[in-house]
Design a protein around this ligand. Structure first.
Ligand code: ACM
Ligand code: ZN
Length: 570
C-alpha cells in the first residue's frame, strides 16, 4: 500500500492516542459549524473552564463561534439522546476518570462523573477533530465535523506519570507548562517534579534561603560525556548555570497542572544527592567537609553519585528535612510526596561519630539482609513517612528504600529494572513502575547504542552523532519507541501483586539534556508510547496501529504545538 493511500485511510479513521477502551465507528458525521455547547450544572469548575477554552479555540481555528450555554440541569431525556449540539452531562454511574462520547448526525453527548473524565473526553474530542484544532490559525479548508461514533473509555492505571529533572539542567516555568500541556493531551495525570540534586537546588524554602542563594547555582558544567574522560581530567564549560522556582511560581505551576487534571508529586531527594544543600549549609553533613575532596562542599559540576550525603546522626539535619518538606507540603496539595532515597553511599556515616551514636541509640544491627548504615537510612525514611502522615501525605521513594526494613504504607518507585517493583508488590507495597529498560527517556532513542563500542569510539574522539546517528547526547543506553511501547507494568505478577501496581512513569533525567529543544526531542515521540502503556488494556495495544497514529496526527499535533520531536524510521 502506498503511503498516500495509507494516509487517506488514516484520515477517515478514528485515530486517538492513547487508544480508547472501545470505539465503534458509525456512518456519517456531525457538522460542527457554529454548534451550541451545553453543560450540566453539576459539572465542576475545572471542566467548565476547559470547555470554555475549547469553544474559544474552535472559534479561532474553525472560524465560527461556538457558544457555550450557561450550565443547566441536563434532563434524563437529553442524557438518553434527545438533545442537539454538543452536550456535556454528569453520569453518576461512571467511575473516576472514565467518560463516554456518543456522536450522531445531530449531536455529540459526552458523559463523565469526574473532572478528569470530562477533561479526557475533551482531549478525545479534539483528536476527533481536524488536527488544526491544535494550531493558532483559522483552517477554513478543514472539515469541521466529528465522525459519528460511540467511544467508551477509562484508564488501565490510576497513576500515569512523567518525571522531570529540573536540577541537572534548569527548566523555566514556561518550559514546564509546555510539557504539562503535552502530558495532558495524552491523559497523563501525575507530574513528578525532581526539585533537588547535587548539581542544583530548585525550590525556594523560606526558612533556608541559602538553599537557593547558593545551592541553585553552579559555576560551570562538565563538557560532553563524563565517561569519555578516561584520564579523569574533566573539561568544563566555564558557564554559570542555575535557577530556582519561587514559592509563588510553584503554586502557579500547581494551579496550572490542576486545570489540566495533573497532580504534582514533588521530590526532595534525600539523604543522598544532597550536595547542593551541603554547599548551602555545611552543618547538614557528617563532618562539614567533603569526604571526596577534603575541602568545602561545592555545588556539583559533574554527574554521578557523590559520597557526600546528609548526616542523619544530627537532630538538626532531621529538623531541617521536616521544615523543608513542611513548606513544600503547604504548596503541593497532592496525596504523594517523593523523598528520593536512591544512591546514598554510606561511607561518611560509617566514619561519623554522630551517625554511629544514632545507630547505637536505635539499636540498629548489621546482618545478612542489611548493614546498620542501611538501617540508618530506613530510620530517615521512616521519620519522613511519619512526618508526612501528620500532613496527610503518603511517602514515595525510589526502590532503594526497600533495602533493610520499610514500613507499611510506603509506595515504591521501581527504577533498577522490574525487580524492586516485583519484590515490593509481593511484600504488599504499592508500586509505580519506572524501570530503566522501558521508562528512561534520557536513553538514546536509536537502537545503535552499545556501551563497549561507544567507549572505544569515545577514545577516538568520535561524536555521538557519528556513533549512533543521533543529533543529541544521551545517557548510556538505548530505549527505542518500540521498546517503550512493549512495556507491561504487571508482567510476571500474580493477581494479588498486580493489584499493587498503581501505574507507570517516564523519567527524564537531564544530565545530558542542556536545551529545551533537546528536552522535547528526548520526550517525543516516546511519551506517546508511554501513554498507551499507562492507559490501554493490553488487548487494545497494537504497535503497528500505534505507530501509524504517531506518524499521522501525532507528529502534526506536535508541530502545531511547536514541540520538538524525533522523527526517524528505524
Ligand atoms: C535514579 O535514576 N537514580 C532514580
Ligand atoms: Zn553523620
Amino acid at each position: 500500500m502506498t503511503l498516500t493511500i495509507l494516509s487517506m485511510l488514516l484520515a477517515t479513521a478514528i485515530n486517538i492516542i492513547p487508544q480508547p477502551l472501545s470505539v465503534r465507528e458509525d456512518k456519517g458525521s456531525f457538522k460542527l459549524k457554529g454548534t451550541q455547547i451545553s453543560c450540566d450544572a453539576q459539572m465542576g469548575e475545572i471542566p467548565l473552564a476547559a470547555i470554555a477554552e475549547l469553544s474559544a479555540q474552535m472559534t479561532i481555528v474553525a472560524g465560527q463561534v461556538y457558544p457555550v450555554s450557561k450550565p443547566v440541569g441536563i434532563t434524563e431525556t437529553v442524557r438518553a439522546g434527545s438533545g442537539k449540539g454538543i452536550i456535556f452531562a454528569v453520569d453518576p454511574t461512571l467511575v473516576d476518570e472514565a467518560y463516554t462520547i456518543n456522536i450522531d448526525k445531530r449531536k455529540a453527548v459526552i458523559l463523565a462523573n469526574s473532572d478528569n473524565g470530562f477533561l479526557y473526553a475533551i482531549q478525545t474530542l479534539k483528536q476527533l477533530m481536524p488536527v488544526s484544532i491544535y494550531g493558532h490559525d483559522t483552517d477554513e479548508k478543514a472539515k469541521w465535523e466529528l465522525p459519528c461514533c460511540e467511544i467508551k473509555d477509562k484508564p488501565r492505571f490510576a497513576y500515569r506519570g512523567m518525571h522531570l529533572d529540573c536540577c541537572r539542567h534548569f527548566w523555566t516555568v514556561d518550559e514546564v507548562k509546555k510539557i504539562l500541556d503535552v502530558m495532558a493531551t495524552l491523559k497523563l495525570n501525575r507530574f513528578h517534579w525532581h526539585l533537588t540534586e547535587d548539581q542544583g537546588w530548585r525550590a525556594e524554602i523560606k526558612a533556608y534561603p541559602l538553599l537557593t542563594e547558593i545551592g541553585a547555582w553552579r559555576p560551570e558544567t562538565i563538557i560532553g560525556y563524563q565517561g569519555m574522560y578516561l584520564d579523569g581530567k574533566f573539561k568544563f564549560d566555564g558557564q554559570r548555570h542555575g535557577g530556582f522556582y519561587t514559592q509563588e511560581e510553584m503554586r502557579d505551576v500547581v494551579e496550572y497542572a490542576a486545570r489540566l487534571g495533573i497532580t504534582i508529586v514533588p521530590e526532595v531527594d534525600l539523604p543522598g544527592h544532597m550536595v547542593a544543600a551541603l554547599a548551602s549549609y555545611p552543618w547538614l553533613g557528617c563532618s562539614g567537609k567533603s569526604i571526596e575532596t577534603g575541602g568545602d562542599y561545592k555545588v556539583w559540576t559533574i554527574w554521578g553519585v557523590s559520597p557526600d550525603v546528609l548526616c542523619p546522626g544530627k537532630d538538626s539535619t532531621m529538623e531541617f528535612l521536616k521544615t523543608v518538606i513542611g513548606e513544600l507540603c503547604d504548596i503541593f496539595p497532592g496525596e504523594y510526596f517523593h523523598i528520593g532515597g536512591d544512591e546514598c553511599p554510606k561511607t561518611a556515616w560509617a566514619q561519623c561519630p554522630d551517625c554511629q551514636a544514632r545507630i547505637a541509640a536505635l539499636g540498629l544491627k548489621s546482618d545478612e539482609h542489611a548493614s546498620a548504615e542501611t538501617r540508618l537510612q530506613n530510620y530517615v525514611t521512616s521519620e519522613m513517612q511519619a512526618f508526612l502522615a501528620t500532613r496527610g501525605k503518603k511517602l514515595i521513594g525510589w526502590d532503594e528504600i526497600l533495602e533493610g526494613d520499610l514500613e507499611e504504607g510506603a509506595t515504591v518507585m521501581s527504577w533498577r529494572g522490574l525487580r524492586g517493583g516485583i519484590e515490593a508488590s509481593n511484600r504488599g507495597f504499592d508500586v509505580i513502575m519506572t524501570p530503566t529498560d522501558y521508562c528512561y527517556f534520557d536513553y538514546c532513542q536509536s537502537d545503535q547504542f552499545n556501551y563497549d563500542e561507544k567507549m572505544a569510539a569515545l577514545a577516538e574522539s568520535k561524536s555521538l552523532e557519528e556513533m549512533v546517528g543521533e543529533p543529541t547526547c544521551a545517557w548510556w543506553g538505548n530505549l527505542t519507541i518500540k521498546q517503550a511501547y512493549s512495556f507491561n507494568p504487571t508482567a510476571g505478577l500474580d493477581k494479588a501483586a498486580a493489584s499493587h501496581i498503581m501505574g507507570a512513569q517516564a523519567n527524564v533525567w537531564t544530565e545530558y539534556i542542556p536545551t529545551p529543544e533537546q528536552l522535547e526531542y528526548m520526550i517525543m515521540p516516546r511519551l506517546f508510547a508511554m501513554s498507551e502503556v499507562q492507559w490501554c488494556e493490553l488487548r487494545n495495544k497494537d504497535y503497528d496501529k500505534f505507530i501509524e497514529k504517531v506518524k499521522g496526527n501525532g507528529y502534526k499535533m506536535l508541530e502545531l504545538k511547536g514541540f520538538n520531536f524525533r522523527n526517524k524510521d528505524e
